[in-house]
Design a protein around this ligand. Sequence first.
Ligand SMILES: CC(C)(COP(=O)(O)OP(=O)(O)OC[C@H]1O[C@@H](n2cnc3c(N)ncnc32)[C@H](O)[C@@H]1OP(=O)(O)O)[C@@H](O)C(=O)NCCC(=O)NCCS
Length: 170
Amino acid sequence: MSAASADAPGRQPRLVKFRAMTPGDVAAVGALERAAYPFPWSEGIFRDCIRVGYLCRVAELDGQVVAYGIVAMGAGEAHILNLCVRDDLRSRGVGRQMLALLLERTREAGVGEAFLEVRPTNGLAISLYQSFGFVQVGLRRGYYQAAQGREDALVLKLALADPAGTDSSP
Ligand SMILES: CC(C)(COP(=O)(O)OP(=O)(O)OC[C@H]1O[C@@H](n2cnc3c(N)ncnc32)[C@H](O)[C@@H]1OP(=O)(O)O)[C@@H](O)C(=O)NCCC(=O)NCCS
């Protein structure tokens, strides 16, 4: 388990712990999801993600789930499917730490590339991903449900370090 602090300036340090998501977390994760997105995933989707062995992580603060991240891996690619932080704890580094942990695990698994979709209107998330080196490689038209019709998705990609032994440089 790893840890980070999620402190507002001048506040008592509070420790955020990162661990694997379990079926027992799904109700709390579902509540965060519904609070964060207008078209949330169902709790069944989170249960399926755990069941099929996706990389599913939560962050815990004071015994409560406050963030989660989900990554699907296969065929040498990782797909970041979800990343979310409780709204009152945003902009304190929890999302950055969660993304760093997810990418560390994907690198350890020998995955060469990570992909994700993000709404073009989600500037905060886009700046987080760009700061990790993600670059736009595509656009999916009408990918997301939106209040009025559909919204496009930007497709972002990050080239991860070569898995050990495959680097052909001297
Ligand atoms: C996107 C999200 C996961 C980021 O998590 P977070 O904990 O708020 O982000 P962090 O505090 O780790 O900040 C990471 C970066 O985001 C950007 N950022 C964060 N807060 C910001 C703010 N108030 N204004 C502008 N940029 C901001 C900065 O680039 C920041 O980098 P820095 O740490 O070098 O300043 C979180 O805002 C969230 O859950 N949003 C709702 C769900 C969502 O949209 N998920 C992404 C779906 S693709």
